[in-house]
Design a binder for this molecule. Structure first.
Ligand code: KIV
Length: 278
């Protein structure tokens, strides 16, 4: 099956887990593509992870497009989702549609929209009608951090879980192809997953979601500013890269790098003219 949202529903219907990751650059996208990851999110988490901001508020749609283009050049086979950044879709449906179409023109196959209200539901519907698939994002939504009071677990009561489900159903009806559930107790995420037709993609949502997404730099141990509880480290790239850089520095200082292997030779007669021996 080619690049389409149909694959996500097929995986859920076949009881196969959906494995998604983030990528922000060409070479990471190439690796994820090679590994056959089901979906690559160019997340606005890149504001912190790639650009060093404190949160996601400072990244703009034009900046996001640079990263979407890089990932699209690297991942030829994977389904790519462009994360719509803060205030790039909140003003009007027209503003949201225009910016979502920029994501698609940059090489994304879909967009992600955080939250759930009448505006987001209408925008989801209009995007889908226009051929722009939408991945919804509920539970803890980082762009509402100042309203939610920080990185707080959502869906901690049955009532609150029902509210999240209600939102998810609304977005499902509007045409969203899947919904990210962030920072939600496993049992609440299980309940929401069971009561939806579209897949749920957990991030801190436990094992009963239809699939999982995490920040690649977190699970590979490359981004070390903070590590959420829901992260398992599958590699320790920070230490690997640090060791490589330290070894490089040592060899440069000691005159061991570059050696003959990494250098280019000049013909003997030309050396004589220059009076050099190397
Ligand atoms: O920005 C991001 O990376 C996300 C997560 C769901 C991974 O929104």
């Amino acid at each position: 099956m080619g690049k389409s949202v149909l694959n996500f529903q097929k995986l859920k219907d076949n009881n196969e887990k959906i494995a998604m990751l983030t990528a922000y650059d060409y070479s990471t996208a190439q690796v994820l593509d090679k590994a056959g990851i089901d979906g690559i999110l160019v997340g606005d988490s890149l504001a912190m992870v790639a650009l060093g901001y404190e949160n996601t508020y400072n990244i703009t749609i034009d900046e996001m497009l640079i990263f979407v283009k890089a990932v699209a050049r690297g991942a030829k086979n994977s389904f790519i989702i462009g994360d719509m950044p803060f205030m790039s879709y909140n003003l009007t449906v027209e503003q949201g549609l225009e910016n979502a179409s920029k994501m698609i023109k940059a090489g994304a196959n879909a967009v992600k929209l955080e939250g759930c209200n009448d505006h987001i539901t209408e925008l989801t519907k209009r995007c889908v009608e226009s051929g722009i698939p939408v991945l919804s994002h509920l539970g803890f939504t980082p762009q509402l951090m100042n309203t939610l009071g920080g990185h707080k677990i959502q869906g901690k009561t049955a009532d609150n879980t029902e509210k999240i489900l209600e939102c998810a159903k609304q977005l499902e009806k509007a045409g969203a192809f899947a919904v990210v559930l962030e920072l939600i107790p496993s049992a609440s995420a299980e309940y929401i997953t069971r009561n939806l037709t579209i897949p749920t993609i957990g991030i801190g949502g436990g094992r009963n979601c239809s699939g999982q997404i995490v920040v690649t730099d977190d699970i590979l141990g490359k981004f070390t500013d903070f590590t959420p509880k829901f992260i398992k480290k599958f590699a320790n790239l920070h230490d690997t890269v640090l060791l490589g850089v330290e070894n490089y520095k040592k060899e440069v200082k000691e005159g061991l790098f570059p050696s003959d292997n990494e250098s280019f030779e000049l013909a003997e007669n030309e050396k004589e003219k220059l009076n050099v021996t190397e």
